[in-house]
Write a protein that binds this ligand. Structure first.
Ligand SMILES: Cc1ncc(COP(=O)(O)O)c(C=O)c1O
Length: 380
């Protein structure tokens, strides 16, 4: 069936016991067993819970995957993904990752004997040069947060596979509606479901999707062993959210395009707009090839911290807040918020300057979003 149909129905069949049209929230920690070793498929809710299982089936279908595992946050999902590796293994990671992923790698996982190299994964040659004999995984975000750089998933996957390396893609920014990395050759996909999949800014969660049986078995083991699972109520919120993913993403995309064009027209105030849907984006053609839309994430350069501060202080409809992917427009300052844990020299090299502002364009009436930005930009 089509994407929107799958989003509404897979894992979300009417409840066989009562006919309830929405999946019940199985708010239980354990399940009564008929006799030793005889139960209805559920024993203890860390291992498996019917509401989480429904979500995992749904998310697997949306990413074109056979397996999916839901976690307490996007970071818990990324941490579990990295637990597939062993001390002494090396990872090539994108140089412009979400700050929390960089922090996990540098300040937690390094202490467990993993090593990381950061490469501009938009340039295949840089990825190749960063690979070592002990490289086991390439971990990328595409588009990146917040500079919106695009990595060619097909070529990176081929480069990885001939060397026996796995490719993992953080697909949070696009959601499976606009980009399905497994179909392009990635081995693992990870999401912060906190963002577009939930879509309503009312729950934190994460997920991993994949097709490989042996890896899935190991992840199932790790999910239960380490225990950072998504609870039943939060699973239900994501199930509720994904039902409207297709319509929301279409509107995020329409509004994103309109806001990006508006910002690009503000030549005297804005030095640069980062949005893969603009023909001026250096990787617009690649974006068109591997994505079916461009989404609602835009960054723009105001030239200074003072200017960024003025814009962020003057907006009224847009809320100054971390996070993204909700129905409401959020505006933020990556250098001091999402990417504060990235060292300043590294940030500056990437273009995450003090003047950079990021918007997660919501699905309000776009004229209202543009009017709000127009007024806020008037102050600079
Ligand atoms: C691209 C990306 N990946 C992962 C995460 C981490 O997700 P969470 O906040 O759900 O732990 C974020 C959070 O902002 C993100 O933007």
């Amino acid at each position: 069936m089509g994407f929107a149909t799958d989003a509404i129905h897979i894992g979300q069949e009417p409840d066989p016991a009562t006919g309830a049209i929405t999946v019940p929230i199985y708010q239980t920690s354990t399940f009564a067993q008929e006799e030793l070793g005889k139960h209805k498929g559920y024993e203890y809710a860390r291992t498996s819970n019917p509401t989480r299982a429904a979500l995992e089936r749904n998310l697997a279908a949306l990413e074109g995957a056979r397996f999916s595992f839901a976690f307490a946050s996007g970071m818990a999902a990324i941490n579990c993904l990295m637990s597939l590796l062993k001390s002494g293994d090396h990872v090539v990671a994108g140089h412009n990752l979400y700050g929390g992923s960089f922090r996990l790698f540098e300040r937690v996982l390094k202490d467990f004997g993993l090593t990381f190299s950061y490469a501009n994964t938009c340039r295949l040659q840089e990825v190749e040069q960063a690979i070592r004999p002990n490289t086991r995984m390439i971990f990328i975000e595409t588009p990146t947060n917040p500079i919106m750089e695009i990595t060619d998933i097909v070529s990176t996957g081929s480069l990885a596979h001939v060397r026996g390396i796995r490719l993992a893609v953080d697909n949070t920014f696009m959601s499976p509606y606009f980009q399905r990395p497994l179909g392009l050759g990635a081995d693992l996909v990870v999401h912060s479901t906190t963002k577009y999949l939930n879509g309503h800014s009312d729950g934190v969660g994460g997920a991993i999707m994949l097709n490989d049986d042996a890896l899935a078995e190991r992840l199932k083991f790790l999910q239960n062993a380490a225990g950072a699972i998504l609870g039943p109520f939060d699973s239900w919120l994501v199930l509720r959210g994904v039902k409207t993913l297709a319509v929301r993403m279409e509107q995020h995309n329409r509004n994103g395009m309109a806001v990006a064009r508006f910002l690009q027209g503000c030549h005297s105030k804005i030095k640069r707009v980062y949005y893969p849907g603009l023909p001026s984006h250096p990787q617009h053609e690649l974006a068109k090839r591997q994505m079916t839309g461009f989404g609602g994430m835009i960054s723009f350069e105001t030239g200074s911290l003072a200017n960024a501060r003025k814009v962020l202080k003057s907006v009224r409809l847009c809320s100054l807040a971390e996070s993204l992917g909700g129905v409401e427009t959020l505006i933020s300052h990556p250098a001091s918020m999402t990417h504060a844990s990235v060292p300043p020299e590294h940030r500056n090299r990437l273009g995450i300057t003090e003047g950079l502002v990021r918007i997660s364009v919501g699905i309000e009436d776009v004229e209202d979003i543009i009017a709000d930005l127009d007024r806020a930009l008037g102050g600079i």
